[in-house]
Unconditional design. Structure first.
Lengths: 263, 273
């Protein structure tokens, strides 16, 4: 059946990045993302950009997947860029036409912000493209587990994430199926004004919501009937193992982030 | 109307690691006025196939012809009115507060005036013995009633060809029998029916021709007797019994439907049964 391929879809192609421990990948992504906010030089962005590009190549995830990911943010990137270029008036003037002025400082800031956003999105995309949703949730549960002492429901949060992630394609499939069934009854989702289109969604949203509740019920029953009683004493089918290569990946990440921040 | 598929291939998610070929070159004609039974196991491509009949899915390659003309260049909405497709578990698409409103959805989309819409709803619900449900909420009905209402939602468009994908799945024997009766009645009134099922006994009861799908290809197509007595695909209980008895008692012929089989068996038993 058709799988709905949303933003940040997992791409099951074997690569060194896929093989890494999800915990290492989550931490590395967090380091890169946080580090990016402290990078403020062109050289620093060159390092960060080159490292991200290298990771994209290593991941063997088709470039198309990243382009799909970048499309929705392209507008924000463009907006940020032009805002900085036209309204930040620092440094020598590069260009003047009527009341439009472009200053060197503005152009520089615009480029840096655009680069930051693009690298940010690509990095996040790398994490979800190379890590199976379940592995990702397991990794996050492990990383959050120290917080259990503070009564933070780490297992429950991870279970909710796993279930939510697991059901995105299912709901997508169901939405597609229902919209086809309604299309067979003459429904039309693409023409008319905004109000007409919003109304056209009712025949999809009502059955979809009802279906989601039914599924939630069934899932709860299935889990209970298999003895699920929360995280206490639960063991995993797939144990996560932190190997030397995961440590190496983290060390490399720290080095790249430091280099990018300090340059 | 006559629908012709010519060497239709369909690949889901082409060009990705998830690509799956669901149909690999299917050629098939739905003749006007017939009941065409489509059988095949899970994953044989039945549901993908039927969605090509009204172009909800477009072929990856190959042609779909309607009355000899290329369907791809026709108006899709008009085509979907003429070819009514009832999906598997169609009751999942019910959404309106009352049965009447739900069935009225399709005729309203056709742009009919309100009187005519009401007339069609009444007529269609009557045809399905569901007239008494008109004012009720579709979510408060039994499984069989909801199935009938959902089918009415498609029939209300007045399609020339009705495609039913697994219409009897998860229905009780009575509801099943009613549905088979409906198919026979509709066909008698001139509607072409494509009946998809993996229940051979059901298909045997209604089909004028049978098409066996396997692994996304047509394995056999022809009259029920030709297909089921060839011994190459699974056969309904009636054919299995008649074939076994016929080995000892020639002259039984090749009955397929329950009534025919019973009559043939009584015949060879020389009236003793």
């Amino acid at each position: 059946m058709t799988v709905v391929r949303g933003v940040g879809q997992f791409y099951p192609v074997g690569s060194p990045l896929h093989a890494l421990d999800p915990r290492a990948k989550v931490v590395a992504t967090a380091l890169l993302v946080v580090g990016l906010f402290f990078v403020d030089s062109a050289a620093g962005f060159a390092v960060a950009g080159a490292a991200t590009a290298l990771l994209v190549v290593v991941s063997r995830v088709p470039l198309r997947a990243f382009l799909g990911l970048l499309r929705p943010v392209a507008f924000i990137v463009a907006l940020t860029f032009f805002f900085q270029v036209f309204f930040l008036r620092e440094g020598p003037t590069l260009f003047r036409w009527g009341f439009v002025e472009v200053h060197e400082g503005g152009l520089e800031m615009g480029l840096l912000l655009a680069a930051r956003l693009l690298i940010l999105v690509t990095t996040a995309g790398l994490l979800t493209a190379t890590t199976a949703p379940v592995a990702l949730a397991d990794g996050i549960e492990d990383l959050l587990s120290p917080l259990k002492r503070l009564r933070f429901p780490a297992h429950e949060v991870a279970m909710m994430m796993t279930i939510a992630l697991r059901f995105i394609p299912t709901l997508g499939e169901e939405a597609q199926k229902i919209s086809r069934a309604q299309a067979a009854r003459g429904a039309d989702f693409t023409s008319g004004g905004l109000l007409a289109r919003a109304r056209a969604l009712v025949p999809i949203l009502v059955p979809l919501t009802i279906g989601a509740f039914r599924r939630a019920d069934e899932l709860a029953e299935a889990m209970e009937s298999r003895g699920y009683r929360g995280g206490q004493g639960r063991v995993r089918y797939r144990e996560l193992r932190f190997r030397r290569r995961d440590a190496l990946a983290l060390v490399l990440t720290v080095l790249v982030v430091l280099a990018a921040v300090l340059l | 109307m006559k629908i012709e598929l010519r060497d239709v291939r369909h690949v889901y998610s082409p060009g990705t690691p998830f690509a799956v070929e669901a149909l690999g070159g299917v050629s098939l004609t739905v003749e006007p006025g017939e009941v065409l039974g489509v059988i095949g196991g899970t994953g044989s491509g039945k549901s993908t196939l039927v969605q090509h009949l009204n172009l909800l899915l477009l072929p990856t390659s190959g042609q779909v012809l309607v009355d000899g003309a290329d369907a791809l260049s026709m108006d899709r909405t008009a085509l979907r009115r003429r070819v009514g497709l009832v999906f598997q578990s169609p009751e999942q698409g019910l959404f309106a507060p009352t049965v009447e409103e739900d069935v009225a959805f399709a005729p309203r989309r056709l742009g009919l005036d309100e009187d005519e819409v009401r007339e069609r709803v009444r007529e269609t619900l009557g045809l399905l013995d569901a007239g008494h449900l008109a004012g009720r909420s579709p979510f408060a009905l039994s499984g069989g009633e909801r199935r009938r209402v959902a089918i009415a939602g498609v029939l209300a468009m007045g399609p020339e060809v009705l495609v039913l994908d697994e219409p009897t799945a998860s229905l009780d024997p009575t509801a099943r029998g009613d549905l088979i009766g409906l198919v026979v009645r509709l066909n008698a009134s001139g509607v072409t029916v494509v009946f998809v099922s993996h229940d051979l006994d059901e298909v045997a009861e209604v089909a004028d021709r049978v098409c066996v799908l396997e692994g996304g290809a047509v394995r056999a197509i022809g009259t029920p007797a030709d297909v089921f007595y060839a011994g190459t695909s699974p056969a309904p209980a009636t054919v299995r019994v008649a074939a076994a008895v016929g080995e000892r008692l020639p002259g039984l012929g090749r009955p397929v439907r329950y009534g025919e089989t019973l009559a043939a068996l009584r015949g060879v038993m020389g009236g003793t049964g």
